[in-house]
Design a protein around this ligand. Structure first.
Ligand SMILES: [Fe+2]
Length: 349
């Protein structure tokens, strides 16, 4: 009945056949207690759903100490108590749901960032684990600079969420920079490759024609001259091969490029060739030279600045979330994840 939203008031559970009271009777048997009067009131929430019941047992006369039936007043009082209990339970449930929803949102964002860059996949989880480990170590220190620094469970929670959100700004980082594994890697119009192919085919046709001519000449021409021409071609091809290997090496981000290499790159970039349309073209374009001349790593200064933007974007994004009092430091914690203790770092320095 109570589950259906109606209060049940029974003077003696042993003297009714309205309900099955085997449960309380069994309980009485094992404890020696005597269940007599019982009041069960439904707990109805704001959506009118019964989310539980308040069960009261054995009302007692304060003077005679005799067990009596629950009066109508008690029934009314219990019903109002039940509705207050429902409000508390609903509130607690709502807060738990909100926290769960928020944590799920944080994890979804972290997954999106990690998925964006499989090269650094799992980075966010590792940062979160390391941050919490460091905080735990600092918390336990009994001497040294951090001996008085401790973290409450709420502060640890705040730190964990901040760590999970620290790279949220990377959603706006261009994927060609986040994922740039080699110096020349970029998003480009493939027409350049296709043009190179036409140039290659044209050169091949020219070469085949020349070969045929040579064959004809060989029958009557000076063999020494022909040899010299052949050697010249071989030397030139050798040089191109050397340049190709050198550029391949420069394209690798792992090696540090010293001044000598940069000078050689500049020299190569100044060499020219005639393309299929008869136009003079540099061996390396300005942009290729800039990228190949990256001394360390694979990104240029301009790209580095764009990458560093993510910390400022993290701060900007998180400042818009109305965090609760316990979590109010999250934007500053997350936005400062590239700041150094010595005041350098970014974006604030
Ligand atoms: Fe970062």
């Amino acid at each position: 009945m109570a589950l259906k939203g109606v209060s049940v008031n029974i003077p003696d559970v042993y003297d009714t056949d309205l309900f099955d009271f085997t449960g309380p009777k069994k309980f009485d048997q094992s404890t020696g207690y005597r269940s007599q009067s019982m009041l069960v009131v439904p707990m109805r929430n704001h959506e009118n759903d019964v989310i539980g019941v308040l069960q009261l047992l054995n009302a007692t006369n304060p003077i005679t100490k005799q067990v009596i039936a629950f009066s109508q007043d008690y029934e009314n009082l219990s019903e109002s108590l039940a509705s207050q209990a429902v409000v508390s339970i609903t509130n607690a449930k709502l807060i738990a749901n909100m926290t769960e929803l928020f944590e799920a949102f944080v994890k979804v964002m972290a997954t999106a960032i990690d998925e964006k860059s499989p090269v650094t996949g799992g980075h966010i989880r590792r940062v979160a684990d390391l941050t919490l480990t460091m905080a735990e170590v600092i918390h336990d220190l009994k001497e040294g600079h951090f001996k008085d620094k401790t973290f409450t469970p709420d502060q640890m929670y705040e730190l964990r969420i901040a760590a999970y959100m620290h790279d949220i700004g990377k959603v706006t980082s261009p994927v060609e920079i986040v994922e740039k594994a080699k110096k020349l890697q970029t998003i480009f119009d493939r027409i350049q490759y296709i043009r190179l192919r036409w140039a290659y085919i044209s050169q091949k046709i020219i070469l085949e024609g020349q070969n045929a001519k040579i064959e004809l000449l060989q029958n009557g021409s000076d063999p020494e001259k022909l040899k010299a021409i052949a050697k010249q071609s071989l030397d030139k091809l050798e040089e191109i091969k050397e340049i190709e290997e050198f550029i391949d090496k420069c394209n690798e981000p792992g090696e540090f490029l010293d001044d000598e290499i940069l000078v050689r790159l500049k020299e190569i970039s100044e060499l020219t060739f005639i393309d299929a349309e008869g136009e003079q073209q540099p061996y390396l374009t300005e942009d290729e030279l800039t990228n190949l001349s990256i001394r360390r790593g694979s990104i240029t200064e301009a790209e580095r600045r764009k990458m560093q933007d993510h910390a400022a974007v993290t701060l900007k994004m998180l400042k818009q979330i109305p965090f609760t009092k316990k979590l109010r430091n999250i934007p500053d914690f997350a936005g400062a994840h590239h700041e150094f203790i010595n005041g350098k770092g970014y974006p604030l320095a």
